[in-house]
Design a protein around this ligand. Structure first.
Ligand code: NAG
Ligand code: NAG
Ligand code: NAG
Ligand code: NAG
Length: 511
């Protein structure tokens, strides 16, 4: 009975809303181009962005008073309309209906989908713009396909500012939906160069959210690399904050030109109310929300050596052991510190090159993970388009991504970014500096997990022969796991190493 009466209230409310609407404006009911559910700041800003580009947006929030607040404040004087209920919202949408969900990832997304499904018609489109896990997006694609509805999972990056004035958008899912949302998405996205939008179709199923996840992982790596450069400047070169700010400002005019380098310069300069620099007063214990971790987990899952993002995640974990580190610092000694006696300007140039080379490695690894996922899930990903989506709007936006786009445009089948002529030469040019920075830092006892792992990866990737022959021999010795001979790959053999081993090879476990 309660259910009946609350439905009744909803119907009366809907009728009432429509009467009010008819009286005020001679519009047909189905007037909105798109609806958005979830009026937190991101949602509000995306709505205003769409409104600026001439789209009529219908706003809805489970707490209906939020809709009224929004219409009477932030959206006052715009063409944005509100809805009192999901039924009301659906009735106001042109067909095929387009509905964006910007609600908390997880159960809330499934709950809204469940409520929307009975209200929609075949061919209508639900878009999840939240931070969903890509596997959830794949599952939702499959279940909505059975119901003849189209589903899109779109990565949205750029924070509140991006949502308002031009985010990076990474949509994936049912491709049939793309022609119906392309115009809206590309209009509101960030633009670079001669007006190219930082938004294109990514691929099937959860591909959009997967690409967003890798974006966030790369963001972790870029941030940690900058932190390592800062640490070296501060503790090896003993530079003060204004001097460091100046260096980052200079770097921002080079191939490192990027949002993160720019804000780092601003952060270094920033002074507190008392006139002293704020940065050294901030507690050195990093938080994380998990998307970097998801990238590292995927890397392990699909066997791709995305070492730099992994180290960046672990660097945050280590930093968060603040109290433990404070204790350890009293008993664990570092190397005898010798004052840096080299050429300071030269070493700064070395740090810049180490940062640039490491960054190239990180992106090469990120794209390796994308390739592996594409293989794993049968997605066909356009890597050049992905680089362009990250070129503007998002946190990792940089001039550098334009070069990555060029590399994949030149050769869409490019196996690894490092094999592209431009990047191959760029790393080559940085190599000596990079090695000087890593060895100096190691001698001075400065932790540089990302600079060093990048260099190790580079040295591993460029080696025709690695010591894994010994690894295979060890595995065969203790576990009869077999090995191949260089002269006959594909044929697995076992050796009687000890004189008392069996000749049956192991198949029951792997070490
Ligand atoms: C409703 O709006 C509030 C912010 O005003 C937001 O935190 C919440 O996520 C929204 N929820 C839904 C489901 O619309
Ligand atoms: C960084 O470079 C961009 C242009 O590429 C510029 O808009 C921005 O102001 C620069 N930031 C700093 C802090 O120098
Ligand atoms: C640090 O050392 C103090 C004193 O030895 C001890 O009480 C405290 O539990 C330690 N903290 C951590 C996080 O290890
Ligand atoms: C392993 O080698 C020893 C001595 O060379 C031999 O006696 C033994 O039979 C071999 N074992 C098998 C299973 O071939």
């Amino acid at each position: 009975m309660r259910k009946f009466s609350s439905d009744g209230v909803a119907v009366v409310k809907t009728l009432f809303a429509s009467v009010v609407l008819r009286r005020n404006q001679p519009l047909t009911m189905a007037q909105a181009d798109i609806a958005l559910i979830g009026l937190a700041v991101m949602g509000q800003n995306l709505i205003l962005n769409m409104n600026d580009h001439g789209f009529v947006v219908c706003a809805f929030n489970r707490t209906v008073s939020k809709v009224h607040d929004f219409l009477n404040n932030e959206a006052k004087g715009t063409k944005v309309i509100g809805a009192e209920s999901l039924e009301d919202m659906v009735s106001k949408l042109k067909k095929p209906r387009r509905i964006i969900l910007l609600v908390k990832a997880g159960q809330a997304v499934d709950d809204f989908i469940d409520k929307l499904v009975p209200l929609l018609d075949s061919g209508d489109i639900i878009i999840d713009g939240g931070n969903s896990e890509y596997r959830d997006t794949t599952r939702r694609c499959k279940s909505l396909q059975e119901k003849k509805l189209l589903f899109v999972g779109s990565g949205v990056s750029g924070g509140e500012e991006g949502a308002r004035y031009g985010p990076s958008l990474m949509p994936g899912g049912h491709k049939e939906a793309w022609p119906h949302i392309k115009d809206i998405f590309q209009s509101i996205a960030a633009k670079v160069g001669t007006g190219e939008p930082c938004c294109d179709w990514v691929g099937d199923e959860g591909a959009g959210h997967f690409v967003k996840m890798v974006h966030n992982g790369i963001e972790y790596g870029d941030m940690q690399l900058i932190c390592e450069a800062y640490h070296l400047m501060k503790d090896v070169l003993c530079m003060d904050h204004d001097e460091m700010a100046q260096v980052f400002e200079e770097w921002n005019k080079t191939e490192l030109d990027s949002f993160l380098i720019e804000i780092t310069a601003n952060i270094l300069k920033f002074k507190d109310a008392d006139g002293t620099h704020l940065l050294p007063k901030i507690r050195d214990s990093a938080g994380q929300k998990g998307t970097g971790k998801w990238t590292a987990i995927s890397a392990l899952e699909y066997g791709t050596p995305v070492t730099l993002i992994g180290e960046a995640v672990f660097a945050r974990c280590l930093s968060s052991l603040k109290e433990e580190r404070v204790n350890a610092s009293r008993s664990l000694a570092g190397p005898q510190r010798v004052k840096f006696s080299g050429n300071k300007a030269q070493f700064l140039e070395d740090i810049k090159k180490a940062l640039y080379a490491s960054k190239i490695i990180s992106y090469a690894q990120g794209f390796m993970l994308l390739r592996q996922a594409a293989l794993e899930f049968g997605w066909s990903l356009n890597y050049g388009a992905i680089a362009l989506m990250w070129r503007g709007g998002c946190i990792i936006r940089s001039v550098f991504l334009g070069k990555i786009k060029e590399a994949f445009d030149q050769n869409p089948e490019l196996q690894n970014l490092l094999l592209d002529d431009f990047f191959c030469k760029a790393v080559q040019d940085c190599q000596e500096s990079w090695r000087r920075v890593v060895s100096t830092g190691v001698q001075q006892g400065i932790p540089m997990p990302c600079f060093t792992t990048a260099l190790s990866f580079y040295d591993g990737y460029r080696h025709e022969m690695l010591p894994a022959n010994l690894l295979q021999a060890q595995r065969d010795y203790f576990g009869a796991h077999t090995y191949e001979l260089l002269s006959n790959p594909g044929k697995f053999i076992h050796t009687n190493w000890t004189g008392h081993g069996g000749k049956v090879s192991s198949s029951s476990y792997n070490a």
